[in-house]
Design a protein around this ligand. Structure first.
Ligand SMILES: NC(=O)c1ccc[n+]([C@@H]2O[C@H](COP(=O)([O-])OP(=O)(O)OC[C@H]3O[C@@H](n4cnc5c(N)ncnc54)[C@H](OP(=O)(O)O)[C@@H]3O)[C@@H](O)[C@H]2O)c1
Length: 281
């Protein structure tokens, strides 16, 4: 059996540290073959203590020494500086995985001055509880072995869906930003319960469990949500009265438009970033 992969994760913040936890829990590699970086020495010490792995403050070039998979998890605007720092240490057989939103693989390649097997991942914040939804795209240098390895990293913190790179804009709009929409729904359901006299605790528990349970039923039955919705509706009942009110205010069409607008905004941010990095293009 081959040794587990050496993985370096650069920029272990919210998403990065959740991925590290998932990698360790799933046994994809061992703590001695996993290394991370953050910016501040205090955060490095705290994370190292929490996860039991080496965490460096900066020193990204040192961190990628011997790493087969290099995950870029800093904020998008820091990617050019990070690539400048590590590019001399990148060997041709390394696999890059970028989490940076709105940052195309083509721009990464241009900054590196070469091509490597590269993935772009768009996870979402529930990776923190092992229930993330990640959209993955990759370039033509990636092998089946690379796909299996990178997929296992994101499967350790949720589900993986493959898309063409251009579709990552829609993934960002649907699942990347999606938790915010669902939090708004939960928030409003709690407020509705409060208005009708339920206690804060009871309203919160009922709302969160309703969203969790409804999502689980969609997954486990494989039924279309419209079919599941119909099963809750009885003629002249309570649910249809509420559903009519939601339809009157355009809940579904508002969400469809929100995803359409967010997709366009993601494209716009990518164009803006490219202008900024390469004003003449
Ligand atoms: N949050 C989301 O929902 C989400 C979803 C999909 C994709 N993404 C992408 O994931 C990436 C990370 O997002 P995040 O929310 O996890 O950000 P974050 O919590 O701000 O984490 C960024 C991390 O980068 C570290 N850092 C900054 N400069 C560094 C340097 N020079 N060398 C090494 N580490 C450095 C920071 O260290 P310190 O902690 O010491 O400052 C911090 O730990 C972004 O590119 C974002 O576009 C985020």
């Amino acid at each position: 059996m081959s040794a587990p992969s050496r993985i370096a994760l650069l920029g272990a913040g919210n998403i990065g540290s959740a991925l590290l936890g998932g990698i360790l829990n799933s046994g994809i590699t061992t703590p001695d073959r996993l290394i991370a970086t953050v910016r501040s020495p205090e955060n490095a010490a705290a994370l190292s203590q929490r996860l039991g792995i080496r965490v460096l403050a900066g020193e990204n070039l040192k961190a990628i020494e011997g790493a087969e998979v290099i995950i870029l998890a800093v904020k998008p605007l820091l990617i050019p500086r990070l690539i400048e720092e590590i590019r001399w240490g990148l060997r041709d057989d390394r696999v890059l995985v970028s989490l940076a939103a709105s940052f195309p693989m083509e721009t990464i390649e241009r900054l590196m001055g070469r091509r490597l097997p590269t993935f772009r991942a768009m996870p979402n914040i529930p990776v923190l509880v092992g229930e993330g939804a990640t959209g993955l795209a990759y370039n033509s240098d990636v092998s089946a072995e690379h796909i299996a390895l990178v997929e296992s990293i994101f499967r350790a913190v949720g589900t993986v869906s493959y898309v063409a790179e251009d579709q990552l804009h829609a993934v960002t709009a649907l699942s990347g930003s999606g938790p915010a929409y669902i939090y708004m729904v939960i928030e409003a359901m709690i407020a509705g319960g409060l208005k009708m006299g339920l206690s804060h605790d009871v309203a919160t528990r009922l709302a969160e469990q309703t969203v969790l349970g409804a999502a689980k039923l969609v997954r486990e039955t494989g039924l279309h949500p419209a079919v599941l919705k119909d099963q809750v509706i009885t003629p002249a009942g309570v649910t249809i009265a509420a559903v009519h009110e939601l339809e009157r205010h355009g809940l579904r069409s508002t969400l469809i438009s929100a995803i359409e607008i967010a997709t366009a905004h993601s494209r716009h941010l990518t164009a803006q970033l490219q202008d900024r990095l390469n004003p003449k293009e």
